[in-house]
Design a binder for this molecule. Structure first.
Ligand code: GLU
Length: 506
């Protein structure tokens, strides 16, 4: 098919954008870019009851942070503007009326109260009420009221809705790029509301189909939770006579909880201490939820992790830049089954990206944190050394600050376990000898290590015992990166001072 690829991400601004939503946006974006097509952001804000102020701005900022670039949208404009459904209000009624005229939809005048009463009646008989072929001609609808009656009710301002007339007992045949062929019998479905006179707004189904059509969308890539709506959407395309230009569909698998069953929720994040939103979210109610950005994740790492939750490149490669993702992505390699979220894997990705930063970039990231958390002003040059020495051990830039604390501040306490293990009189005696040897050097550098090695061998001492004792005196603990690199960083004078302090204190 030679149709231009045009996809849309169509969130409803009902709160913070869940990472599942970010993944949907990402797959749409990768698909569009892979095929040289367009990525559109459409805000579906016709459900005024669920509208949350700030959510739309949050969505746009989130996508920007992730590096997902919008071709047509609210800020970008485009040939099909406006891209906010509330600003397209006038468009939809005509389409709903067309469906009534063609016999695919009808007016219904039932009040909420009368429908509630019906529902209760059914319940009492042990049945469930469905607004469908079995009841539509018995209720207050244009199917059984006279045309004059319908007209006069509308004119006098009665509340009405337009409902889709779901056919009875028809097999709806559908195709999904990820799930293959699907058949659903239409008798299991109800007559969904398409338009409401009360707020003069379309429902999701009508607005979504009309806009996908008008915006010339070629592929609808969205979450699995929309799969139950697919038969209705197929039938709407048919009813409108738009079959020929109907988009292809792909329903993405769910993001699952780290443990157990079900969809990854905000509560899982709160419980296990990881974010489920890209950015910090401050709800109008005052409630807040943490974000990947604020936790110190690199957007590239976050995106890389998300891309692999549900899509498999078919190779061993795990680290992908955005360009590599665009190159490798295909909907055929998206799995049907849910993808389990792992916090450890998210951190692993960040550690990989931190390691790949060059030292001078990393230096600029940690300088402000060193200032804020340890109150230390460090030069770029010294921060680069910290970065080079410690980046293999960190997940986030802020970890480097904690790990480098002893490079700026002498230990005030000594780790008990390390002390019990290595701080023995015979080791301390040897440490005193080593101290004198070090003090006789012009300065201590990584090059000093070779000399010390030779000296230890000559003396037939244990290198392990002695180095760990030295480490305790300088760092307070028997772990960490090369002790000579640290000695070089803190300087000869400070190194000797720390050794002396430890010998005196311990
Ligand atoms: N507004 C819907 C949502 O919030 C869009 C679903 C779709 O992509 O069709 O997810």
């Amino acid at each position: 098919m030679n149709r231009r690829v045009r996809v849309r991400f169509a969130p409803s601004p009902t709160g913070a954008l869940h990472i599942g939503g970010v993944r949907t946006a990402l797959y749409n974006y990768l698909f569009a870019r892979h095929h040289g097509g367009d990525f559109i952001l459409r805000i579906e804000d016709t459900d005024s009851q669920r509208f949350v102020p700030g959510a739309e701005a949050y969505i746009m900022e989130g996508l920007k942070w992730c590096g997902i670039k919008i071709d047509e949208g609210i800020e970008e404009g485009g040939p099909h503007a406006p891209y906010r459904q509330s600003e397209r209000k006038e468009i939809y009624l005509k389409y709903a009326q067309d469906l009534v005229a063609s016999g695919n939809a009808y007016y219904a005048f039932d009040s909420a109260e009368s429908l509630d009463a019906l529902r209760k009646e059914y319940e009492q008989r042990g049945e469930t009420f469905a607004y469908n072929f079995s009841v539509r001609t018995k209720l207050q609808t244009s199917l059984n009221l006279s045309a004059d009656e319908v007209k006069s009710r509308i004119e006098r301002g009665d509340v009405w809705v337009i409902r889709f007339m779901m056919p009875e007992n028809r097999n709806v045949e559908m195709d999904d790029i990820i799930r293959g062929h699907i058949t659903i019998n239409s008798s299991t479905l109800d007559d969904k509301v398409l338009y409401k006179s009360a707020d003069q707004l379309p429902t999701y189904h009508l607005a979504n189909i009309v806009d996908d059509h008008l915006m010339e969308i070629s592929h609808v890539i969205r979450g699995e939770e929309w799969l139950p709506s697919l038969p209705l959407h197929y039938l709407l395309y048919e009813a409108f006579g738009w079959k020929d230009s109907q988009p292809q569909f792909a329903h993405l698998p769910l993001l699952l909880k780290p443990q157990g069953q079900g969809k990854l929720s905000k509560r899982d994040g709160d419980k296990f201490g990881f974010p489920v939103f890209p950015l910090l979210w401050k709800a109008p109610t005052g409630e807040t939820a943490m974000g990947y950005r604020e936790e110190g994740y690199y957007p590239e790492a976050f995106i890389n992790m998300l891309a692999l939750l549900g899509w498999n490149p078919g190779t061993e490669q795990e680290i992908f830049s955005m360009d590599e993702l665009i190159d490798a992505f295909s909907l055929e390699k998206v799995s049907k089954s849910g993808a389990r979220f792992s916090h450890d894997k998210a951190k692993w990705f960040n550690a990989q990206y931190l390691r790949r930063q060059n030292d001078s970039d990393l230096a600029l990231q940690i300088i402000p944190i060193l200032k804020e958390q340890l109150g230390i002003d460090v030069s770029v040059e010294r921060a680069e050394k910290v970065a080079a020495l410690l980046k293999e051990r960190a997940t986030f830039p802020k970890d480097l600050v904690e790990l480098s604390r002893y490079m700026f501040i002498a230990p005030a306490e000594y780790d008990e376990k390390s002390v019990n293990k290595f701080w023995k009189p015979e080791n301390v005696e040897k440490l005193k000898e080593l101290r004198d040897l070090l003090s006789s050097q012009k300065d201590i550098t990584t090059a000093t290590e070779t000399m010390v090695h030779e000296w230890v061998q000559q003396k037939e001492y244990s290198m392990g015992q002695l180095m760990n004792t030295l480490r305790i005196s300088i760092l307070g603990i028997s772990q960490g990166p090369s002790i000579f690199a640290i000695a070089e960083f803190i300087g000869k004078e400070e190194t000797l001072r720390r050794i002396d302090t430890a010998i005196a204190k311990l």
